[in-house]
Write a protein that binds this ligand. Structure first.
Ligand code: SF4
Ligand code: SF4
Ligand code: FES
Length: 263
């Protein structure tokens, strides 16, 4: 202790303090009617696992991309049925939850090569598109904030390009179709338009054609054979040492070591 009464640095015994475990608040949720208590910060997907469910369906990317985890829920004291992606929605106290990992929507079978990229193709394969009543429920249900009614209106008008571009972010979760009073399957109409657009409207990507040519010409064969001889640890080491592409990279960026690119 110094004269001032302030403990000098040397006189203080260093005492290791253990980090305090932060107790997470638990909230009740109901999964298909059964009550569980789960940490308040969890997404519905993690809460289901915390409650003991093993997700073998209705769970894919865990990051809001694959659309596999469509979920229906209702908040207490609300008459409304809400929908969302289980991996993106945080639980709320007393939430009632049920998953719809697959929606059995109408899906046309076709050969994209032989279909004309015109509005009549959508009308022929999905004539129910004209039953849309313009209620906008699909747009309000969409977890990707897509103007679903907007692209369905374009489908009715026969504008394949507008449907393709307007639905580009669709993750095929099926939540719009689950709510539609006209029994449209919006995401299947949208993917038909995107296929027509990609196959018949936009010019073929030259860089992709070149890449296919390189694969067919066995450009990567030597590097591939070398990699196949490595064991798991060696492969992990190579993977970890790979140069990462910068967040903002030019169109023609390649790593400094391009040996695995056949160069
Ligand atoms: S929910 Fe169905 S009927 Fe309503 S706007 Fe969307 S597509 Fe049309
Ligand atoms: S358009 Fe429909 S299927 Fe696509 S992401 Fe939105 S709700 Fe899901
Ligand atoms: S798990 Fe892929 S979107 Fe939720």
């Amino acid at each position: 202790m110094s004269k001032t009464g302030v403990k000098s640095k040397t006189s203080v015994k260093s005492k290791k303090t253990e980090p305090k475990a932060v107790e997470e608040r638990l909230v009740p949720i109901f999964v298909m009617g059964k009550r569980y208590e789960v940490p308040a910060s969890l997404t519905i997907q993690k809460a289901l696992e915390y409650a003991g469910y093993q997700l073998v369906r209705g769970c894919g990317c865990r990051g809001g991309i694959c659309g596999a985890c469509g979920t229906v829920f209702r908040y207490p004291n609300s008459y409304r049925i809400d929908v969302g992606l289980a991996c993106q929605t945080v639980v709320q106290p007393d939430m009632y939850i049920a998953q719809i990992p697959f929606f059995p929507g109408n899906k046309a079978v076709y050969d994209i090569e032989s279909l004309p990229a015109v509005g009549g193709t959508i009308a022929a394969l999905y004539p129910e598109v004209f039953k849309c009543v313009g209620c906008g429920t699909c747009t309000r249900s969409c977890p990707m904030d897509i103007d679903v009614l907007g692209y369905i209106s374009k489908a009715i008008q026969g504008d394949v390009t507008a449907v393709a571009e307007g639905s580009f972010d669709c993750v095929m979760c099926g939540l719009c179709a689950a709510r539609c009073p006209a029994e449209e399957v919006q995401y299947n109409i949208a993917i038909l338009a995107r296929r027509l657009y990609a196959r018949h409207i936009v010019p073929r990507a030259q860089h992709l054609a070149k890449a296919v040519e390189a694969v067919e010409g066995k450009k990567f064969e030597k590097a591939l054979q070398e990699l196949k001889k490595k064991n798991l640890d060696e492969l992990k080491k190579i993977y970890k040492s790979l140069e990462l592409e910068p967040d903002i990279a030019g169109e023609f960026w390649t790593p400094k070591d391009a040996s695995f690119l056949g160069e």
